[in-house]
Design a protein around this ligand. Sequence first.
Ligand code: ADP
Ligand code: MG
Length: 261
Amino acid sequence: MSLLSVAHLSKSFDGVQAIDDVSFDLEAGQLLALIGPNGAGKSTCFNMINGQLEPTAGEIRLDGHDIAGMRPRDIWRRGVGRTFQIAATFNSMTVLENVQMALLSHDRRIYRLFSRVASWKEDEAMALLDLVGMATHARRSCAVLAYGDVKRVELAIALANRPKLLLMDEPTAGMAPQERNELMALTARLAKERNIGVLFTEHSMDVVFSHADRLIVLARGRLIAQGDADTIRNDARVREVYLGTGASFSPRAALSAGASS
Ligand code: ADP
Ligand code: MG
C-alpha cells in the first residue's frame, strides 16, 4: 500500500476546473516533485491534501484511509506536515524555542506561561536542530536569521510532528541556486533516513531533476506525465507545455542541459 494514494481528484472553483481527474501515488521515503506552469493547479492540489480545500470529487488516501475533506488539524494529526506554517510569534523567539514549541504542540501539551518552558523538550529540540544543521544557531533570535536558515528551522519545526508525509509548496522560493540545492539535498537525506514521503513543488528544473525520485506534471489541472527525471525530460508533451512559458522555469536551458548529459 502506498503512503499517499490520490485517485480521480478534482476541484472546481465557480466553473473553473483547477484540478481535473488527477491520480498519483507516493511511497514512504520518496521525493515526488509536482511541477507545471503557473496556474496549473499545484497549490490547489496541495491544499486538498492538507485539508485547506475540500475536493469536488476523488479520494486522497493516507496509509489506506481516505482523508479527503477532513479538517486540516485532523489531517495534521494523522501525520501530514508541511512547511510554510510559520507562527506569528516566530520572530519573537529563538531558534530553539520555536522547535520546542512545535514539539509541545505535537504532544498536545498546554503551554503555560508560568511553567518552566525553557527546559521542556530541549534535548529533543536540539537533536532536530542538529539534524538540519542549525544547532549552533539555537540561542539566536529567529528575527536575525538569514533566509536559508529560516527555511531549515521551518524544516525542523515540520519534523517535530513526526510526519509520515511532508508537503512543501515552493519551499525554496526566494533562495539562491546553491541554497535551493542544499535545502533539497537535506530534505532528500531526511526523507530517506526517517522514511518520510515528500511532495514538493519547485520552479528550478535543475533542482527538481537533481533531487526528485519521481515527477508528476500538471498542465491546466490535468496530469500530463509522470515518471523519473529522464522520462519527464524526454516527454514531448512536457516540453511543449514548458517551452511556451515565461522565464521562471528556464525550460530550454534545463531541458537541453539534461538531454546532452
Ligand atoms: P499553481 O499553484 O500551479 O500556480 P493554483 O493551484 O494556484 O496553481 O491555481 C490553479 C487554478 O485555480 C488557477 O486558474 C487559479 O486561478 C484557480 N484558483 C486557485 N485558487 C482559487 C480560488 N480560491 N478561487 C478561485 N480560483 C482559484
Ligand atoms: Mg502555487
